[in-house]
Design a protein around this ligand. Structure first.
Ligand code: LLP
Length: 413
């Protein structure tokens, strides 16, 4: 679903002209559509409604408090990977019993906090972590719910930096070592092993990869049940990809649901999911203004006021984001690199894009930047991070104001 539309050559978000948002709030500006976020949440809920399922939004994809609140209000839980994400989620109103804590390097303080509050599950990724949890549970005399995150050694088609299901990555416990690991815990009174978890990667558009992971997890879950472990949950992680290019096909949330339910339907396991990108990715974009245009011999550059510090995905993963003029212009298209002001050649938002010639003051919209855009932004080159607005049928809300320069050195001595 998209609430970004073009009418008479001009771009709108939920009926509000992007041009007005730029004028009112300045650029660079992250613009999100509330109805797209809500619709994606509803799609997840309805696609899994026939099986007991907890949908825990992966907070890392976009953790703005208002966005979290919007998502939690629809009944979703949270998947967090740090105490920061944990505290944010609580602040945004999620019930701790709907939080799963993932991540390969949870430290003592983070585990203690999760144990104190009492969450749905800590997804354990190593023996070292398991022993630390055991120690903390014994010190606090508290019961801790855990899932074991399995590494099923599945190769997925995505950028290697975000493929997490292979033995050669740091994630999870190799599937063949799971039973061995459980011997360290046999019937520990304070550690409740509720289930198994996995997350094989992100931006996955081939459904058979999820199917393969589910088949492996199911096999293991039944194996453990037979060994007497009370496995009652399976957490399939996140990873559903979205379409960044017009010709890039991504499965729908409903198709993803059908793929997983084919495996889990009728099973005794409650399903947990951790979608991030599929909920917020297409719900947002980055609005930016052209500062200068220049030609360096054979290459033409459009220099805009958003940069790699605002959206690092193109530079880090060679990710493609569609970039379109906010107001369509006439003229013969020109091939141009859309770059930011940061002093690195890697500072680009899009290379070799064919656009009608632009000039200083024109606005561009970098599409599908709602996930891993703002949350991966930084202050590199001592640039303030973008402001963020949420557009809904009722109007526009500033959900993060632009930083001020003095805030950037406030903590320094
Ligand atoms: N669960 C776990 C344990 C994860 O590590 C992740 C993402 C998710 C869920 C959510 O995955 P999603 O549904 O959003 O694909 N910065 C990269 C993506 C990194 C994903 C890391 N883990 C990007 O910009 O593409």
């Amino acid at each position: 679903m998209s609430s970004f539309s073009e009418e008479n050559g001009e771009l709108y978000c939920e009926g509000i002209p992007l041009r007005d948002l730029a004028r009112k709030f300045g650029t660079p500006l992250y613009v999100y559509s509330k109805s797209v976020i809500q619709e994606n949440c509803r799609q997840f809920i309805s696609s899994f409604s026939e099986h007991s399922t907890e949908i825990c939004y992966a907070v890392k994809a976009n953790y703005n408090l208002t966005i979290l609140k919007t998502i939690f209000e629809l009944g979703l839980g949270a998947d967090v990977v740090s105490q920061g994400e944990f505290e944010r989620s609580l602040k945004a109103g999620v019930s701790p019993t709907k939080i799963v804590f993932s991540g390969v390097g949870k430290n003592k303080g983070e585990i203690e906090r999760a144990v104190d509050v009492g969450i749905a599950a800590i997804n354990v990724e190593s023996l070292s972590e398991l022993l630390l949890i055991k120690k903390i549970a014994e010190e606090k005399r508290k019961i801790v719910s855990i899932n074991l995150r399995v590494n099923p050694n599945i190769n997925v088609k995505t950028n290697p930096y975000i493929a997490t299901g292979l033995y050669q990555t740091k994630f999870g416990i190799a599937d063949e070592l799971i039973t061995e690991m459980l011997h360290h815990l046999k019937a520990h009174p304070l550690i409740q092993i509720h289930g198994l978890a996995c997350h094989i990667g992100s931006q996955i558009t081939e459904l058979h990869s999820f199917e393969k992971a589910a088949v492996r997890l199911k096999e293991l879950a039944f194996q453990l049940k037979e060994l007497g472990y009370p496995i009652s949950r399976v957490d399939m992680g996140g990873g559903l990809g979205i379409s960044y290019k017009k010709d890039e096909l991504a499965p729908s949330i409903a198709q993803y649901g059908e793929t997983l339910l084919k495996i889990w339907r009728g099973s005794p396991f409650k399903l947990y999911l951790e979608p991030g990108r599929a909920i917020v990715g297409a719900a947002g974009g980055l609005l930016t203004e052209v500062i200068h245009c220049k030609q360096n011999r054979e290459r033409h550059f459009t220099i805009v006021d958003a940069a790699m510090n605002d959206l690092i995905r193109p530079c880090l993963y060679e990710a493609y984001h569609d970039i379109v003029p906010v107001i369509a212009k006439k003229g013969t298209p020109l091939v141009t690199d859309i770059v930011g002001p940061v002093c690195e050649t890697g500072d680009f938002l899009g290379l070799r894009r064919s656009l009608t010639p632009l000039e200083t003051g024109d606005l561009l919209f970098v599409k599908t930047a709602g996930a891993y855009g703002s949350t991966m932004s930084s202050n590199y080159n001592t640039r303030v991070r973008s402001a963020e607005v949420l557009v809904s049928g009722k109007g526009v809300e500033v959900i993060r104001r632009r930083e001020t320069l003095s805030e950037l050195w406030q903590q320094e001595i």
